[in-house]
Design a protein around this ligand. Structure first.
Ligand SMILES: Nc1nc2c(ncn2[C@@H]2O[C@H](COP(=O)(O)OP(=O)(O)O)[C@@H](O)[C@H]2O)c(=O)[nH]1
Ligand SMILES: [Mg+2]
Length: 286
């Protein structure tokens, strides 16, 4: 049996969470085009007959601005301490620049193989992909470089096979049927937050957090926490339209997760400065 831990590194928005989902063959991590979507480390688990890849989806590297972002960066730093492989994700749709070079300086300093995943190659011209591959190759001493599209699945099987080939002999870390280390409660919270991120803009996505209040046989009650009254008005929406829309989109995925129908009750609540409040962050599992 081969098994091990793989850290997924890269700038915000390059598609790290989408890639983890693609490698695991199902939804583990939520995805949005808003930076800071991933707030804590999530393990996505890809199981084969004779291997187990444990993929750590991480918040992007960033300069801490408050207790929340400080914890996020601490999580990233700690996650590199004991990994077998690093996947360094780049976006082929953007200029490979200073942000990528900063991360490169960190990951290539580790004594483990670095596999570069040049993501988002879907709908790009071959010439452009080749140029980006050249730029990516200059970042450091990589073990392999794979052009992929986490969205369409192109190149994912090859990347997975590459990672499996690098795994050491090891135990089964998680039961085979498990695809993530998040509890069901945490997964439900993340699904709700994902829809809230999709439906809001500007400073609102950063201000939103979800707290599950009750998981019953039929009813799931959750709070959408924001920091100010005006944020609350925006998330509630005209005539409750936005919060209703969040619920409508989250419910089918929650039902698929728990395996039965549920009544989802969402309440938008103001909790001032939750991002700076350590005990609140503990409760939210960040
Ligand atoms: N076109 C394209 N978009 C992608 C691909 N992978 C991710 N995205 C999009 O990029 C955005 C950020 O993705 P996410 O996985 O949340 O990035 P993260 O911040 O690095 O975890 C989302 O809007 C995704 O749908 C891809 O392969 N192709
Ligand atoms: Mg992410």
């Amino acid at each position: 049996m081969k098994s091990g831990f793989v850290a997924i590194a890269g700038r915000p928005n390059v598609g790290k969470s989408t890639l983890v989902n693609a490698l695991c063959g199902g939804k583990v991590a939520i995805v949005s085009d808003k930076p800071q979507t991933t707030r804590r480390r999530i393990f996505g688990i890809a199981n084969g007959d004779d291997y187990q890849l444990v993929l750590a989806d991480l918040p992007g590297f960033q300069r801490p601005r408050d207790a929340l972002t400080e914890r996020m960066q601490h999580t990233v730093d700690r996650s590199f301490e004991e990994v077998d492989i690093v996947v360094f994700v780049l976006s082929a749709r953007e200029r490979i620049g200073a942000g990528d070079r900063f991360i490169a300086s960190r990951v290539f300093a580790l004594e483990v193989p670095v596999v570069i995943a040049l993501n988002k190659v879907d709908r790009l011209k071959a010439g452009h992909i080749a140029e980006q591959m050249n730029a990516a190759a200059r970042l450091g001493n990589f073990h392999a470089l794979h052009p992929v599209s986490a969205k369409t699945g192109d190149g994912i099987a090859e990347l997975r096979a590459e990672l499996v080939g690098l795994l050491p002999e090891g135990p089964l870390y998680f039961p085979r049927e498990q695809r993530t280390d998040l509890t069901v409660e945490a997964q439900i919270g993340e699904l709700i937050r994902e829809k809230a991120l999709w439906l809001t803009r500007d400073e609102i996505p950063h201000a939103i957090s979800v707290e599950i209040e009750e998981i019953g046989e039929k009813v799931i009650r959750a709070f959408l926490l924001v920091e100010t009254e005006s944020q609350k008005q925006i998330v509630v929406g005209k005539g409750g339209g936005i919060v209703k829309d969040i619920g409508t989109r989250a419910r089918p995925e929650i039902e698929a997760l728990v395996g039965h129908q549920v009544f989802l009750e969402l309440v938008v609540k103001v909790r001032p400065r939750w991002r700076a409040d350590e005990s609140q962050l503990d409760r939210l599992g960040v």
